[in-house]
Write a protein that binds this ligand. Structure first.
Ligand SMILES: Cc1ncc(COP(=O)(O)O)c(C=O)c1O
Length: 387
């Protein structure tokens, strides 16, 4: 019954579901596998969703998304990236960033096209590229330099066939926030080689040490070749609301709205879209506190991990996960993750699904548990490692 193109994806991008399955029904675990914040959704966002329900806003919206939400997204991009998008034609609201990624790749990649991904990076990019018939080319991030981009490799890989490069900043799973200089190099390569740049900025406001995320679209001449992919799940703790967006040229937005978006979701949920308007237009002051809390947890976890023999962990600049090297204890990431659940009761995701460079690593989400949870996880690891 299964189509060949789906059968070929066997085992790709499954690390999180694998860990969740292992954890199912078990008690006393510390859950660091799913990138879903432990904060409750802010009350003004919940209120907006309730209001939408009370007013009977339970019908299809504009398929492209509520006009007011598209305006709010355009205002955000103008204010933060300094680039203007026409909300009528250049923004599409989707059912989560997962949909934006899927339709952007499916809508731009032809069979045989090469798509450059960092290694490691978010685990659904590769299967989405494969599904479009594209071929993945990886450029390793340099771990010792804080998982930064190897620009020489990028230049070397951008031969005659690459069509696109996908950058995720802050990068899941390494927490890399690509700097302006790195993005300028990406832009230079993209301009020289006529590449499309897909820029997944879902974690855009979760950046530490007082820094801000740089946006590739802010670089001159980049708007025309960039597809911005974003959403609300992580920053606003609304993972279950399922709202995302895509910002790109009018022709692509129109084509995607009338084809892939229509086929997979018609429109994003009406109630959730109203909540998303409240997220963007409502107060933002609480965010500083959240980011401060994530930063404290980051520091706690990185310090704890680096005190364990056989583990080395870089300090991420954004996102809410770390990607420690555990190869000093166990080279196989799945083996390590399995034993960590079974013996220490700590649930993490194997790193090998995020790219070949992720072998010997695991992803640990510090945004999903309290400081006490982090302390307990480190204690248990100290007690049980080496296996
Ligand atoms: C980098 C990145 N992009 C996109 C997504 C999909 O997010 P959502 O569909 O909840 O907006 C995730 C989820 O973990 C992610 O980490």
């Amino acid at each position: 019954m299964i189509a060949d193109r789906i059968a070929r994806l066997e085992g790709k991008g499954i690390a999180v579901e694998w860990a969740r399955e292992l954890a199912r029904g078990r008690k006393g675990l510390i859950r660091l596998e799913t990138a879903d914040p432990n904060f409750d959704t802010p009350p003004h966002i919940i209120e907006a969703a309730k209001r939408a329900l009370d007013r009977g806003h339970t019908h299809y919206t504009d398929f492209q998304g509520l006009p007011e939400l598209r305006e709010a997204i355009a205002e955000k991009l103008e204010a933060e990236a300094g680039v203007s998008y026409n909300p009528d034609t250049e923004i599409l609201v989707t059912s989560g960033t997962a949909e934006s990624i899927y339709i952007a790749i499916q809508g731009t990649i032809n069979p045989g096209d090469e798509v450059i991904l960092t290694d490691p990076t978010y685990l659904i990019f590769e299967p989405c590229v494969m599904l479009a018939g594209g071929m993945v080319v990886r450029i390793p991030l340099i771990e010792e330099a804080g998982w930064t981009l190897d620009v020489e490799e990028l230049r070397a890989k951008a031969g005659p066939r690459p069509r696109a490069v996908i950058i995720n900043s802050p990068n899941n799973p390494t927490g890399t926030v690509f700097g302006r200089a790195e993005l300028e190099q990406v832009a230079e390569v993209a301009l020289e080689n006529d590449l499309i740049v897909l820029f997944d900025m879902l974690f855009d406001k979760i950046v530490f040490d007082g820094e801000k995320m740089e946006n590739v679209v802010s670089i001159p001449d980049m708007k025309a070749r960039t597809i911005l992919l974003g959403g609300f799940s992580k920053v606003y703790s609304t993972c279950g609301f399922r709202v995302g967006w895509l910002a790109a040229g009018a022709e692509l937005v129109s084509r995607l709205t009338n084809t892939l978006h229509l086929y997979v979701s018609i429109c994003a949920g009406s109630v959730a879209q109203e909540a998303a308007i409240a997220a963007l237009r409502g107060p933002q002051d609480w965010l500083k506190e959240w980011v401060g809390s994530y930063q404290q947890r980051r520091d706690l976890l990185v310090e704890g991990l680096n005190s364990i023999d056989g583990i080395r962990c870089q300090l991420p600049k954004g996102g809410y996960f770390v990607f420690p090297d555990i190869s000093g204890i166990e080279k196989d990431a799945y083996q390590f993750a399995q034993r960590l659940i079974d013996e220490a009761g700590v649930v993490v995701t194997p790193g090998s699904d995020y790219g070949p460079h992720g072998q010997g690593h695991v992803r640990m989400v510090f945004g999903s548990t309290s400081e006490d949870g982090i302390r307990e996880a480190v204690e248990r690891m100290k007690r049980h490692l080496p296996f």
